[in-house]
Write a protein that binds this ligand. Structure first.
Ligand code: NDP
Ligand code: HSE
Length: 437
């Protein structure tokens, strides 16, 4: 059978990894796909920089030449960002080409428009590499778990922030130094605030939630909080209480809607997912039939991500002659079957909390605090008062609460902060047991 022709947009970390893997494993990939997957040309900004890797592969600085090339069957978008990536993908679809992309930003923001265009044109848009690097989590959710009603999922889905948290905890390394190392290793986004402030994780969570619950992409409704405000003190106190702090993306089916949130989270250290370190990712998915399942692997980097890109290329190669109506739907559910289940406001989310506050070591302080919590219907799971440091009048008080509604804890924190005996603001980190709930 004649080869299927691929045009690559981008030959950076992921594009370079993809070319390398296709070249190294080409023979086996052909045996799997049923025909050769042949890279015809690639687009980059700087041809000289890419030449050593590309060898005699034709290069262009105009990516639109690739998406309009009549000889190309599949366009692989690996340049990142919203524009010109969106325009390139839309033009590729309009030209009847299948698309493979690793661009979670693009899929989370413009996925609804892109999938509608692809559906109308009868082409595939595959995006396994967009979530959790090399872990085949899209495939697992969309196909392997298709019998299940997904109840919730929780994932460490940003390698850079997990790498930073791990290095800070294990080696006492400084935040800025670890971030530089993550950039050097090719893990970080072009704008690393996307990694640190939870935006990249929210893009990925948006995609996972759409596939898990059969809802449209709604990135703008996701709650996003990153790791930049975490202190070493909180990491240490959490560990003393038997917890690890991880940046988690959580999507949960609740009574009145869907929780969609990214934030630092205390997790019991005995859970497998609490021990996922470095740039590794893991996604815990709970289905009503299967129960909890856990997917683990490299969340970033050249060849792990290329592994997912090439898997998509093989899928598209196998299926591109199939009747479009009999392919796996882009978002797992048939396009006319997407639900309009609301995404809950953060105020309505139910979870447990870690609170740290600084208070004067005087009689009655704890009573004041516990009364405020009781008045807000918040029950305390654990409370620790640390010894004051030499010469200091204030002590750190750590509280763990049982599950409550976010608006109740916010109201209680506001009242606690007005107490004369309490100094400064209350540190609040959410806590998830990640059991049946
Ligand atoms: P890089 O910055 O390493 O590579 C980007 C590539 O795109 C470079 O070859 C660059 O060319 C080229 N490029 C950028 N803009 C243009 C343009 N306008 N025209 C032509 N070429 C262009 O990015 P990554 O490989 O790290 O990331 C690519 C995508 O994969 C992003 O969407 C990212 O979020 C995603 N991703 C990245 C992962 C990772 O571990 N790095 C993991 C999973 C997904 P030049 O070098 O000449 O400027
Ligand atoms: N910047 C991303 C991360 C790349 O660190 O997880 C993988 O999507």
């Amino acid at each position: 059978m004649k080869p299927i022709n691929v045009g690559l947009l981008g030959l950076g970390t992921v594009g370079g990894g993809t070319l390398t893997v296709l070249r190294r494993n080409g023979e086996e990939i052909t045996r799997r796909a049923g025909r050769e997957i042949r890279v015809m040309r690639a687009a980059v900004r700087n041809v000289d920089k890419a030449r050593a890797l590309a060898g005699n592969l034709p290069l262009t600085t105009d990516p639109f030449e690739v998406v309009t090339d009549p000889n190309i069957d599949i366009v692989v978008e690996l340049i990142g960002g919203l524009e010109p990536a969106r325009e390139l993908v839309m033009q590729a679809i309009a030209n009847g080409k299948h698309v493979v992309t690793a661009n979670k930003h693009l899929v989370a923001k413009h996925g609804n428009e892109i999938f509608a265009a692809a559906q109308a044109k009868g082409v595939m848009v595959a995006f396994e590499a967009a979530v959790a690097g090399g872990i085949p989590i899209i495939k697992a959710l969309r196909e392997g778990l298709t019998a299940n009603r997904i109840e919730w999922l929780a994932g460490i889905i940003n390698g850079t922030s997990n790498f930073i948290l791990t290095e800070m905890r294990d080696k006492g390394a400084a935040f800025e130094d670890v971030l530089k190392e993550a950039q050097r290793l090719g893990y970080a986004e072009a704008d690393p605030t996307f990694d640190i402030e939870g935006i990249d994780a929210a893009h990925k969570l948006t995609i996972l939630s759409a596939i898990a619950f059969g809802i449209p992409m709604q990135f703008d409704r996701a709650y996003t909080e990153g790791i930049s405000k975490l202190t070493r003190e909180d990491v240490k106190y959490a560990e003393e209480l038997g917890y690890r702090i991880k940046l988690l993306g959580i999507a949960r089916r609740a009574e009145n809607g869907i929780e969609l949130r990214v934030h630092p989270t205390l997790i019991p250290e005995r859970r497998l997912i609490a021990n996922v370190d470095g740039a590794m990712n893991a996604v815990l998915v709970r289905g009503d039939a299967v129960g909890p399942t856990l997917y683990y692997g490299a969340g970033a980097g050249a060849e792990p991500t290329a592994s997912a890109v090439v898997a998509d290329l093989v899928d598209v190669t196998r299926l591109h002659t199939a009747d479009p109506h009999h392919r796996v739907p882009h978002l797992a559910f048939q396009p006319d079957q997407l639900a309009d289940t609301p995404i809950l406001q953060m105020d309505e989310v139910r979870t447990a909390y870690y609170l740290r506050l600084r208070a004067f070591d005087r009689p009655g302080v704890l009573a004041d605090i516990t009364r405020i919590l009781a008045d807000s219907h918040i029950s305390i799971d654990a409370m620790v008062q640390k010894e004051p440091a030499e010469g200091e009048e204030q002590v750190n008080i750590i509280l763990l609460t049982h599950v409550t509604v976010e608006k109740n804890i916010n109201a209680a924190i506001a009242k606690i902060e007005t107490l004369d005996s309490v100094a400064g603001t209350v540190m609040r980190i959410r806590l998830e047991e990640l059991t049946g709930r």
